[in-house]
Write a protein of this length. Structure first.
Length: 204
């Protein structure tokens, strides 16, 4: 790559970063609310952060963690998140008309970072959008959306009631479907012992 091309890419990336700053600040507060909600349901902050960084969708994550906490079925989880996030298909299709020539891999990477706010910021730009600009625009919002879940800004939920404890007497144990789902990124937390209220699990 020529020095001129590298300089152009750096400038485009920096422009995307600047445009993504207010989005990242807004995502930080929403991510904190999601982290609190996930911890109340029995997830650990790191688990909530893993869900955030692999999904990047607020409504889908809130709904998905509720289904996971209630030991929902795979079909229920897939259908719920598909319906909630279906709008991203249309956003990606519209945004693809403004992109410069990019490879399939680059388009897949950009598709990962499409959210309502990122789409609005990108579609409002004049002219064609480069891959480096989109990466700059996506970087800070992804960090802001994930970072708050990692911060220990809430107390350990040692005295908080968890879904497992409150429903143990009336709900059946997770079936094979829920256990199999633990292999998926979305349900990775279901395979780990949640941080809940003095549950006598795993020797604790």
């Amino acid at each position: 790559m020529r020095a001129v091309d590298r300089a152009g890419n750096s400038q485009s990336y920096a422009a995307g970063l600047r445009l993504g700053i207010p989005i990242a600040l807004g995502y930080f507060s929403v991510s904190m609310a999601y982290g609190l909600s996930a911890v109340v349901l029995g997830f650990r902050p790191l688990q909530a952060a893993l869900i955030s960084i692999t999904n990047l969708t607020s409504a889908g994550q809130f709904a998905g963690t509720q289904i996971i906490a209630q030991h929902g079925q795979l079909a229920e989880l897939v259908l719920t998140t598909l319906v909630i996030n279906a709008r991203y298909f249309l956003m990606a299709l519209s945004l693809s008309q403004k992109l410069e020539k990019t490879s399939l891999l680059q388009r897949l990477v950009m598709a990962y970072g499409i959210t309502d706010e990122i789409f609005a910021a990108a579609i409002g730009e004049s002219g064609k959008l480069s891959f480096s600009f989109m990466m700059g625009l996506i970087t800070l919002p992804v960090i802001g959306w994930t970072a708050a879940c990692c911060l220990r800004m809430w107390p350990e939920p040692a005295a908080w009631p968890c879904t497992e404890c409150s429903s143990r007497s009336s709900s059946p144990k997770p079936g094979r479907t829920t256990q199999w789902l633990s292999a998926l990124p979305w349900l990775l937390p279901s395979a780990w012992p949640p941080a809940c209220c003095s549950c006598p699990r795993d020797g604790r």
